[in-house]
Each structure stands twice: as structure tokens, then as C-alpha cells.
Design a protein around this ligand. Sequence first.
Ligand code: PEP
Length: 250
Amino acid sequence: KVSPRPLVAGNWKMNGVKRSAKTLGEIMEGYTPDLRARVDLLVCPPATLVSTFAVIALGSKVAVGGQDCHPKASGAHTGDVSAEMLTDAGATYVIVGHSERRADHGETDALVRAKAEAARRAGLTAIICVGETREEREAGRALDTVSAQIRGSVPPGSDAADTVIAYEPVWAIGTGLTPTAADVAEMHARIRSDLAALAGEEAAGIRILYGGSVKPANARELLSVPNVDGALVGGASLVAADFLAIAAAY
Ligand code: PEP
């Protein structure tokens, strides 16, 4: 079986100002032809920087993405950004349903699915985030929780070009804690079979990223787990050398 081409994506969250273009420049410089041959690289800065970063990254093969989008293309939604606007700004990906948005903004699976559909409509690849809380894992409900999120958040007809899944246990984000390789393997296998039920043969090509405290020191172990097709990286993606070292684990 041929594995999908891996993707290492940086989620900058609410970090970054104009001078952070220096970090993007360092990432572009470190994305050598050798690394380019092995892994796709994506930086998702805050919305204010998407356009600037997309211009800077043009021709470098480093992709630029948004961190969220509204389900509608335009209208009376103060403060929101549409998928079409991200496309216009030069983005090619958008993260949807990150656990911080599910928690801070009460985003439901249905809303996340609508956002993923908006991303497809605008020609973006949606990175759909799922993951259990500590309570859910301790109660033995991690697999069922994530399966329900996949069924509820992934639009029907999703394919390898328009959809990426990011499994991010909420308790592993920004904490330095990570699941065991065996737990990651079990979850990613479950997600692959959930995707097969939704997307049939396309499921084999849909990339399933692991996210949550990925660092240079643990990247190789986490990224070599079966059905792990890349990483969604938060904190470590703000430091070019760390982000590149994670990508170089491939
Ligand atoms: C994230 O929020 O997507 C994430 C994985 O964060 P961190 O790498 O900082 O845990």
C-alpha cells in the first residue's frame, strides 16, 4: 500500500506580526530540495498575515493556510473571514474545528462540517481537527468520541485533495504530554476505518496528521507510527529550526 505524501503543518495560533516574516523566510530557506522531495510544508499564520505570507512564499513550495473560516462566502458576519477570502489572499489550506475553537467559540461538529464544505467550495484543503479530552480518555471513551467527531465533522464526498484530518488529543496540546505510540496507532487506524465508511477508497489517500506537543525530540517516534501521515505543530512551529527538524524526521 502506498502511503500519502506526508504533510507537516504549523499552526501559529494567535502569534505573529509583520516582523515574523523573518521566521517564514528561515523556514523557506531550510525547505531544501531534499526535504521538499519527502514532505509537504504548510504555515498557518493569523489571518492578518495570510496575504503577506502568501506573497513571500510564492514560488518556494511552502504552502500558506488559514486557521479558521466562516461557512458563508460573504455577508453580515463581523470579524469573520470566509474561505473565499483566504483563497483570494493566497491560502491553499485552512484549519477547521481546532479544539481551541471548539472550546472558545462553542463550535459543534455540524458547524465544523459546514466550514469544511466552505473550504472545498473555495478550493481550499480543509484540515479537520478532532481529539478527545483527558476526561474522555480516562473514561475509556477516546475512540468513540473521535469517531463521532469524524462522522459529524467530515463532509460526505470528501477526498484526498480536499481533506486532511488532524488527530489532536486536547490534553496533549501545549502541555508537553503525548500519547504512547500504541495509542496513536490505535486511534489513527480507527480514523482510517471511519474515513473508509465515509469516503470509500479515497480514505487511503486522506492524510491523517498527529498533533499535540510534537517537538524535534519526539517527531521521529510519532511520525513513524502506522497511519500517521504528518504532523500539526503548534508551539514548535514558531521556531524555524524546530519546525524544520520535525519535517526532517521524514
Ligand atoms: C495545536 O494546537 O495544533 C498543537 C498541536 O499545539 P502544540 O504543538 O503546541 O501542542
